[in-house]
Design a protein around this ligand. Structure first.
Ligand code: ZN
Ligand code: ZN
Length: 260
């Protein structure tokens, strides 16, 4: 895996390890473009993210590492931003970074991927939950605020799958919106560490993305240096198996292509 654009730092309060340890792990795995995309600050759910005051500290850590390791690896600076109506902040959206990952981790106030709140799945119709999730993904893509779609089918994390609806149908409109916004779909390996035990997206969704010629990239979504590049072979093989030959990284919010 040459490109890994989704990685966290301890500033988000739920990751461990030093910036240098993530980078040294990436170099060992043969990664050439390694992006930090820590959880951006937001005036909601502050416990699981850096504060606005810490943005400059975070950006300095990454910029210093970029210099320090410039001979061995290219380090990129980014944020993973929660797409949540009324909580979008210009300080993040206008920040001077290489790219922004747009992710949906909340349905209204419900952090559906957090095991602390897993009980809420039993309180609502599962098909409705899936519809609501993908309408958020579609709105996120249509907002055109972000470069990369984070873990597009994260809603499968705990293996609560739709009962009546077909996932392929649910993703059709979101994928079209992603294509129209010229966004990149990440293949995120963190799902392989979760109850669903699959990458995000599934191979079925990735096949549909390929039919639409949507660009892809790769992400460890590491919250620990030991997670960098874990399952890299699995996700690169999956991308190749559906016909992908190139992936994307971003510099100053501009797409660059790399064959893999
Ligand atoms: Zn996280
Ligand atoms: Zn995420």
């Amino acid at each position: 895996m040459l490109v890994d654009l989704h990685n966290h730092t301890k500033l988000c309060n739920h990751a461990v390890g030093e910036v240098d340890e993530y980078i040294e792990a990436a170099i060992k795995k043969g990664i050439k473009y390694f992006g930090f995309s820590d959880h951006a600050p937001m005036d909601f759910d502050p416990k699981y993210r850096m504060s606005f005051e810490q943005m400059s500290l975070y950006e300095n850590w990454v910029k210093e590492a970029k210099e320090k390791y410039s001979k061995n690896i290219e380090i990129l600076l980014a944020y993973e931003v929660d797409y949540l109506a009324n909580h979008m902040d210009e300080r993040v959206l206008k920040s001077d970074i290489d790219y922004l990952i747009g992710s949906v981790h909340f349905l209204n106030d419900w952090g559906f991927d957090n095991p602390e709140f897993i009980g809420r799945y039993a309180q609502k119709d599962i098909d409705e939950i899936w519809v609501e999730y993908f309408s958020n993904i579609e709105a996120m893509a249509k907002s055109a605020l972000f470069d990369i779609v984070g873990h597009i089918d994260l809603i499968k994390v705990f293996k609560f799958l739709p009962k009546k609806l077909n996932i392929n149908d649910l993703v059709t409109a979101p994928l079209k919106a992603i294509k129209e916004s010229d966004m990149t779909l990440e293949i995120n390996m963190s799902g392989l560490r979760k109850p669903i035990a699959q990458p995000y997206p599934s191979k079925e969704i990735l096949t549909k993305a390929k039919e639409l010629n949507i660009d892809i990239t790769f992400g460890s979504d590491a919250h620990d240096p030991t997670q960098v590049g874990l399952f890299a072979k699995e996700i690169v093989d999956m991308a190749k198996s559906v016909g992908y030959k190139r992936c994307v990284y971003y510099k100053n919010r501009k797409k660059e292509y790399l064959n893999f």
